[in-house]
Write a protein that binds this ligand. Sequence first.
Ligand code: IMP
Length: 429
Amino acid sequence: MPAVVLIGAQWGDEGKGKATDLLGERVQWVVRYQGGNNAGHTVVLPDGKKFALHLIPSGILTPGVTSVIGNGVVVDPGVLLEELDGLERQGVDTSGLLVSADAHLIMPYHVAIDKVTERYLGKAKIGTTGRGIGPCYQDKIARVGVRAQDLLDEKILRQKVEAALDFKNQVLVKVYNRKALDPDQVVDTVLEHGAKFASRIADTRLLLNQALERGETVLLEGSQGTLLDVDHGTYPFVTSSNPTSGGASAGSGIGPTRITTVIGILKAYTTRVGSGPFPTELHDDMGEHLRKTGGEFGVTTGRSRRTGWFDAVIARYAARVNGITDYFLTKLDVLSGLEKVPVCVGYEIDGTRVDDMPMTQTDVHHAVPVYEELPGWFEDISECRTFEELPANAQAYVRHLEEISGARMSAIGVGPGRDQTIVRHDMLG
Ligand code: IMP
């Protein structure tokens, strides 16, 4: 049986939590492979119970599923405990959650540096979530990071934190004029948190590969989205990891030949949080309408999301760099009630028409969308459960997107609930 990857095809916030939750009943393992608590998934269960998850895989809400925080994830120990606590208070059994021994830990100095760096950048800021994600990945790549397994060896942990703070305190104090952090205090807090989840630290790459060998299905859940990928996104306005499907292998220890399906989550329009280019962005009432109707406010930071029309250049690009086999089109219901629905089919850059993602960031910044207008629909589609029940114009919208986006539209979201989904093709079949 396969490993299945689920990724965001745009700039994140496409509704991946809902998709994972939907598939969760048919898989035995759900794994997060990159990012940290910069993510935010909202899941609404059929009984109306709503959960906002940041770090823990959405699989935690499905009984019997083992949830894994993979080696590619960066974990803030305090946040992990808070999230576990919150879930347990809502009656969720969290006993199945495992944390890779190789996952890097977000330390208090990462959060401090993230915040001061953004302030220092001023207008050129990335608009990070301020959770310490970038600085933690910097330490990982610089080979001075602290990993979950270091919680099991106090001596090593102390050595690492002292060495890190030797340097970082200089930066905090001398460059940014902030207070130095006390290494003993940092270690004591991290150890106190660590003691509460030490039993969850595991060799998850071994367990996942053994599970695949037993014939179990593993769902690898990406956070953020394709255009926030540090290699394939709108650099430098990206996150510091690889949300694209290639990252799933590195961030979990599952070999690429095991992955048979890549599901792209694609919103029926586009949103982005933070700075950076966004060709189809709307700055008018229509942008406000999409934001309000779609509830486009961040789960993690509460920030308003920037909104715009669907962009097929992005979808084709996502299909290509991720090897998408199926699309899950979300939030189609948000477009109900519009006379016409514009869809961006290409860009015009300095007078030249292009159909593919430009090679340079300069061109991405200069891209002017070329739109086709499709007829809208006025019916409430939130109760539709088959494709045929959708109004003819909504069907035509989906079919058109399918033709220009590079993969079949196998599922369609018509509301936030787990059951508000139209399945056209079995994505795990
Ligand atoms: P960081 O991941 O906090 O370093 O932020 C880098 C960029 O990624 C910023 O533009 C954030 O707004 C964006 N970002 C990070 N996580 C998410 C997410 O889950 N959804 C949407 N944007 C995100």
